[in-house]
Write a protein that binds this ligand. Structure first.
Ligand code: SR1
Ligand code: MG
Length: 434
C-alpha cells in the first residue's frame, strides 16, 4: 500500500537517535527521568509495560508500578494502520505536545496532564486516565454519560475561542499559526482522506459491498463533489483558530463523572466549525449504527434519542459558552470592543456575534457531512460500523449515514437550526430506503 494520492511526505526518519520503545526496553530507557520516577518510583524492576495502542498511527504503552501508572505515547515513523510503506514524520509528537499544553491552559482539566516530552524520541509521557474508557466503546456498549455533552460543548467553545484572533494578541496568535503551519503531513492526510478520496476511486478506499449503488451515485454527484471541495477550501484557507484536528469519539475518554480529550496530533490552524462538525458527525454515525449493537427496539430507540440529545446539548452549550467568551474575553484583533461596546454599541456586538455563530453553524454542518462520508468510504472507518458482522445490516446503517452526510454537506446553508437537523436525522432513520 502507498501513501494516498497526492501525499507529499516520502522521507525517512533515520537521522536522529530515535528508536521505538518496546515493553522490554521501556523501563531501562525511561527509568532515569525524574518526572516519570516521581510517578512510578525508581525501582524500574517493578515497572510493568503493556502496549495498548489501537489507533491508526502510534505506539501507546500503559506503564504500571506499585507507586502509580503513566501513559507513554510514541510516534512511529510510519502509519501504523498501513505499515512502513507509508512513512510519516515523527514531528507529529511535537504538535501533539504543543496542542495538549495549550488545551490545558485554555480549558483546564480537559486533557491528560503531560509529565514529560522528548522531541527526539517523539514521545509524550502523560497521565493514565482510570477508570476512563474510549467513548466509542462506551457508545457501542449503550452507556449513557450525563456530563459528556456539557463538557464537550465547553471544550470546543473554550479551546476554539481562546486559540483564535477573537481572543489572542496578534504576536502570540501569529507565532502559534506559524508553529502549527509545519504540521504539513497530517494536514495532508486530512486533505486527502477526508475531503477528496471518498469522491473518487482512490487506492485505499473501501466500503461495504451493499453500498455500491449509492456510492456510484455519490461519485457522480457534481453538487456533492463541489460542496466537499468548498469545505476543503474552508479547511485549507481559513486559519481561524487552533483545532484539535481529529475530534472523533475515539479521541475522547469518559468515566462516570469525567470527560477528557486526547490525541491532538492533527492540530492545525483552521475553521472553528471543523472540530465541532467532526464531533457531531461521529455521534450521528453512532446513532445510525445502533441497530448493530442494541437488539431490543425500545432500548435502542431510547439510546438513539439520548445520542441526538448529546448532539443538541453540545451545540447549545457551545453556543452559550462561546457567546459568554465573546462578551467577556474578546481581547484579540477581531471585532474589537473599541468598535462596539466602547462606543456604546452593545447591539452591534450582539449582531456580530449572531452572524459569527451562523457562520460556525453552517461550517459545522458541512464538516459533519464530509466526516460521515469519509468514515464510510475512505481509508479509516469507525468501530461502531466495522464491528457489525452482518453486511446487509452494516450497509443499512452506513447508507443512512451517507444520506445524512450528503444532506448536511450540500444543504449546510439551509437549516433553520439544530432542531431541523435532528428531525432530518430521525426521518432518514425511520424511512425504508429499499
Ligand atoms: C492514516 S490516518 C487515518 C485517520 O486516522 C486518524 O485518526 C485520522 O482520523 C486520520 O484521518
Ligand atoms: Mg488519533
Amino acid at each position: 500500500m502507498l501513501p494516498p494520492t497526492g501525499a507529499i511526505w516520502e522521507g525517512s526518519v533515520t537521522d536522529t537517535a530515535y528508536e521505538p520503545l518496546t515493553t522490554e526496553s521501556l523501563a531501562a530507557r525511561l527509568g532515569g527521568i525524574k518526572a516519570i520516577t516521581d510517578k512510578l518510583g525508581t525501582d524500574t524492576a517493578a515497572w510493568q509495560a503493556k502496549e495498548v495502542g489501537d489507533g491508526n498511527l502510534n505506539l501507546v504503552f500503559i506503564v504500571h508500578s506499585p507507586a502509580g501508572a503513566v501513559i507513554v505515547k510514541q510516534a512511529l515513523p510510519y502509519v501504523r494502520l498501513v505499515g512502513d510503506a507509508w512513512p510519516l514524520p515523527l514531528k507529529r509528537a511535537f504538535f501533539e505536545y504543543n496542542a495538549l499544553i495549550r488545551q490545558a491552559e485554555r480549558d483546564p482539566g480537559s486533557v491528560p496532564e503531560v509529565y514529560h516530552f522528548d522531541e527526539d524520541q517523539a514521545l509524550i509521557v502523560m497521565e493514565f486516565l482510570s477508570p476512563h474508557v474510549i467513548l466509542r466503546h462506551a457508545l457501542m456498549a449503550g452507556k449513557k454519560h450525563p456530563g459528556l455533552a456539557r463538557r464537550m460543548g465547553e471544550f470546543c467553545a473554550r479551546t476554539l475561542f481562546r486559540g483564535s484572533d477573537l481572543c489572542m494578541d496578534t504576536a502570540r496568535r501569529k507565532a502559534d499559526a506559524a508553529l502549527f503551519l509545519d504540521n504539513v503531513e497530517l494536514c495532508d492526510i486530512t486533505e486527502n482522506l477526508v475531503f477528496s478520496d471518498p469522491y473518487f476511486d482512490a487506492e485505499m478506499n473501501h466500503h461495504t459491498p451493499g453500498l455500491d449503488e449509492l456510492v456510484a451515485q455519490m461519485r457522480a454527484d457534481t453538487d456533492l463533489k463541489i460542496a466537499a471541495q468548498d469545505m476543503k477550501a474552508r479547511f485549507a484557507n481559513n486559519a481561524e483558530t487552533l483545532l484539535h484536528g481529529d475530534l472523533h469519539t475515539g479521541s475522547i475518554m469518559v468515566s462516570d463523572d469525567e470527560t477528557r480529550v486526547i490525541d491532538p496530533e492533527f492540530a492545525t490552524y483552521g475553521p472553528i466549525g471543523f472540530d465541532i462538525g467532526m464531533l457531531i458527525a461521529n455521534f450521528f454515525m453512532a446513532y445510525y449504527a445502533m441497530p448493530g449493537h442494541i437488539g431490543d427496539g425500545a432500548a435502542r430507540a431510547d439510546y438513539q434519542e439520548w445520542i441526538l440529545g448529546v448532539i443538541a446539548e453540545i451545540w447549545q452549550v457551545f453556543e452559550a459558552e462561546f457567546s459568554r467568551l465573546w462578551r467577556e474575553e474578546r481581547t484579540g484583533i477581531l471585532y474589537q470592543k473599541s468598535l462596539f461596546e466602547d462606543q456604546g454599541d452593545l447591539l452591534g456586538a450582539e449582531q456580530a456575534l449572531a452572524r459569527y455563530m451562523r457562520h460556525i453553524f453552517r461550517d459545522m454542518l458541512g464538516f459533519a457531512g464530509v466526516e460521515i462520508i469519509r468514515r464510510t468510504l475512505s481509508l479509516a472507518h469507525i468501530a461502531e460500523n466495522d464491528t457489525i458482522e452482518d453486511e446487509a445490516l452494516r450497509a443499512r446503517c452506513e447508507g443512512r449515514g451517507l444520506r445524512l452526510g450528503r444532506a448536511l454537506l450540500v444543504g449546510r446553508g439551509g437549516f433553520a437550526g439544530l432542531g431541523s437537523v435532528l428531525e432530518l436525522a430521525r426521518e432518514i432513520e425511520r424511512r425504508d430506503w429499499t
